[in-house]
Design a protein. Structure first.
Lengths: 197, 197
DNA sequence: ACCTGAACACCGTTCAAGT
DNA sequence: ACCTGAACACCGTTCAAGT
C-alpha cells in the first residue's frame, strides 16, 4: 500500500517507523536523521521537510508513545471489576508498556527540560497521572483508599510503577521476574494507600 | 593549586569537572569532547589521552555519582534512631541526591544497556539496593516491616523513591513541594511494607 | 608521559535549485 | 508540494609527530 509519489510516498510515516526500529536497536544516541535518510534511500536533507529538526522527530515519537500509554491506561482503568482490581490492572498495564517499549519510555521521560515543545509533552504525561487520580478517587469512595488529594496519591502510585519499570529495564531486578516484582510493588502500594494516614 | 605541567597540569580532573558543569547546563546531549577541550584551552585530541572515548568519560562521571549516592545512603542508613526513622532518612537522602544532581542521575540510569563496562556500573547500582535491603532486614526483626525477601522489598522501596525523583525532576509534581511528595510517598511505602502480606 | 595537528568519516541544518 | 546537492559548522576517533 501507499503508492510512491516522488521517491517514497509517505516519507514522514516511513521515517517514524524506521526511527523506532533504530531506537530499539541502538537507543536515542544512535538515531540520526542522515542515517534514517540513508536507510530509506532518500537524500540526507529530505527528513527536514517533515521534521523541523531532530528533536521534532523525537518529540513526535514521544507524543505517539504517550498516546499509546494513555490508551492502555484508560482501558485498564475502565475495565469491569472492583476498583482495587482495576488499580492493579492499571499498574500492570504501565509496567507492561514500559518494558515493551522501553526505548521509547526512556526518551519520554528524558528531554523534559526542553522549554518550548516540552509544555505539550508535559500535558500528555499529565493525562497518565489524571487517569490514576480518577481511579483513586473512585477507590476512596468505597473506602479502599485513604482520604487525601487524589492527585497527590496518584503521584505516589505513579512513582511506584515507574520506578519499578526503570529497575526492570535497567536489569536491576536480579532473578526476580518482572511480574512478581510488579505484583509485590502493587501489593505494598495498595496496602499503603489503604492504611489510615 | 596544581601547577600546570604541560598545558594544564591535571587535565583529567579538569575535564570531569567541566563535564558535569556542561551536563547540568545542557544535558548529556550537549556534552562533546571537543567542546570540553575548547573550554579548557587544549587541543581537541587531548581528552582521548585520558578517556578512551566519550562513553568512558560518561561512565567515569556515573561511577563518581554512584559513589556519592551510596555514601549518602550509608550515612542515612547508619544514623542513630529507630529503624523506621532511618528508613525515612534513607528515602529522603535518595530524593535529595536525585534532585540535587538530577543531570547526573539521568545518565546513571540511562546507558544501562551497554554490554561492556555496564557490568561494573550495575554492580554499583546494586550497592544502593543492598543498603536498602540491609535496613529492611533490620526492620523485619523489630516487626516494623513484613516478612519476605529483603532484596525484593528493597526493590519496591527503591522503585518508590526513584519514581518520585523522576516526577520531581520532570516537573510533573504540579504545585506539590518535593518534600511533601517525598514524605507522602514514604508514608505510603512504610505503611504498605508494615501491613501483613 | 602528555599533548598537537592533520586526517577521515560522520553529524545537523540551511538554502538555492530542480521536478 | 516534495526532494536533491552543495555548503557550512560541527562531531568522535585515530595516528604520526612533536616536547
Amino acid at each position: 500500500m501507499a503508492t510512491g509519489s516522488y521517491h517514497h510516498g509517505n516519507l514522514r510515516a516511513a521515517l517514524l517507523e524506521r526511527a523506532e526500529e533504530v531506537l530499539v536497536k541502538d537507543g536515542a544516541v544512535g538515531l540520526s536523521l542522515r542515517g534514517l535518510a540513508r536507510d530509506l534511500g532518500v537524500s540526507h536533507a529530505a527528513p527536514t521537510r517533515h521534521f523541523r529538526d531532530r528533536q521534532d522527530l523525537l518529540d513526535t515519537l514521544v507524543t505517539e508513545g504517550f498516546g499509546d500509554l494513555n490508551h492502555r491506561l484508560r482501558e485498564a482503568a475502565g475495565s469491569a471489576g472492583p476498583v482495587d482490581e482495576r488499580l492493579t490492572a492499571l499498574g500492570r498495564a504501565y509496567v507492561v508498556f514500559a518494558t515493551e517499549r522501553s526505548a521509547l519510555l526512556e526518551i519520554m521521560f528524558a528531554a523534559k527540560k526542553e522549554e518550548g515543545a516540552g509544555e505539550d509533552l508535559r500535558r500528555l504525561a499529565h493525562v497518565s497521572l489524571e487517569i490514576a487520580a480518577g481511579l483513586i478517587g473512585e477507590a476512596q469512595q468505597t473506602g479502599a483508599v485513604r482520604p487525601g488529594d487524589p492527585a497527590r496519591l496518584a503521584q505516589v502510585a505513579f512513582s511506584a510503577v515507574h520506578g519499578l519499570a526503570v529497575l526492570a529495564v535497567g536489569g536491576l531486578l536480579d532473578g526476580t521476574p518482572v511480574d512478581e516484582a510488579t505484583d509485590l510493588t502493587l501489593n505494598v502500594l495498595l496496602a499503603g494507600l489503604g492504611a489510615a494516614p
